[in-house]
Ligand binder design. Structure first.
Ligand code: NAD
Length: 302
């Protein structure tokens, strides 16, 4: 039976630590960290993410400001807003909720945020500093993954780690963070010919593919640490009998449930550690965003 890594509890511990540090910054320097979140359009999922980020800020004493822009906004207008936020002394972190509408040049927008306030860590300067192992702001989900592993005392030095997924927001930065901790890292993606060959001997498997049941029991070594980043919404008509039974209350209440990329019920008895979905990596993402905002404030405040 695996130790189930409780991301909800660990993220609450981190938020408590941040809350104390935020209070200390206010006591010593008279400054409260400020986060500006730009939300373009009416995407319902984006609205929920932004609301959760603001709730997280309120919990730890970070001031948050939501800037709503219409779906039809131009790149130029978005850049003007970012320019104003870059100059504001009370704003230490800026993030633009993704995805952006098609007419917007996403790269121009992300690169307009000054790297010192880029709390999502998506600016190429922060990515480059991560490669060069320099002080930088690191994307929240991968740093949350490393934090989970460290707080569970899972050995990274010399460990064989397999990262499934090579996105800019999770897979690539997570690979670099693992390397920086001296793990031996294999990175897999959609074109990987034999995924099992790369997962079956891994001490640590991190999966961020967005494919339900991708990681099966026969792909996991006995005692491995399995970190499931995937978030997949499964409606009752798509669920197998085991899932219908396991998540009965979700299906009855909402007609759907959230699962990760790991065949959890089969893999859990074999793994040494495993993160549940929900309640594993998910809650860590907001905690690390708050941590990045505090870090940015500490560095910007003289
Ligand atoms: P993405 O959707 O941009 O890309 C998916 C990655 O998985 C790609 O590298 C692709 O090559 C790889 N992939 C897809 N199918 C594969 C297969 N069959 N075999 C091997 N590799 C395969 O990635 P993303 O934005 O990092 O998101 C991945 C998942 O993680 C999604 O389910 C997303 O919702 C979730 N996510 C969760 C959090 C969180 O806070 N928990 C944060 C970000 C993303």
């Amino acid at each position: 039976m695996a130790k189930i890594i409780n991301g909800t509890k660990i993220s609450a511990d981190i938020k408590n630590e941040i809350k104390q540090e935020v209070a200390e910054l206010e006591r010593s320097k008279g400054v409260k960290p400020g986060l500006a979140v730009i939300l373009v359009g009416e995407n319902p999922a984006s609205k929920v993410y932004v609301a959760n980020k603001q709730k997280g800020c309120a919990e730890v004493g970070i001031i948050s400001e939501e800037i709503k822009m219409p779906e039809t906004v131009s790149t130029a207008d978005l850049l003007k807003e970012i320019d104003m936020l870059n100059k504001r002394e009370d704003i230490h972190g800026i993030l633009v909720q993704l995805p952006l509408p098609q007419q917007i040049n996403k790269n121009m927008v992300l690169e307009a945020i000054i790297p010192e306030k880029d709390v999502d860590g998506f600016h190429p300067v922060n990515m480059g500093r991560l490669v060069a192992q320099q002080e930088c702001l690191v994307p929240a989900t991968p740093s949350g993954i490393i934090e989970l592993l460290k707080r569970e005392n899972i050995n990274l030095k010399g460990a064989n780690a397999t990262m499934v997924g090579h996105s800019e927001i999770v897979g690539k930065p997570c690979t670099l963070l693992l390397l920086n901790e001296w793990a031996t890292v294999t990175i897999c993606h959609i074109e990987t010919r034999d995924l099992k060959m790369h997962t079956q001997d891994a001490d640590i498997i991190i999966v961020a593919a967005g494919v339900p049941y991708l990681i099966k029991e026969n792909m996991v070594k006995e005692g491995a640490a399995v970190i499931d980043v995937g978030i997949n919404r499964i409606t009752s008509d798509k669920a197998n009998p085991e899932l219908l039974e396991w998540r009965k209350s979700d299906f009855e209440a909402k007609g759907a449930t959230l699962i990760g990329d790991v065949d959890y019920l089969k893999v859990e008895p074999k793994a040494g550690y495993i993160t549940p979905v929900p309640g594993g990596v998910g809650p860590m993402t907001i905690a690390m965003l708050l941590s990045n905002t505090l870090k940015a404030a500490n560095r910007l405040v003289k």
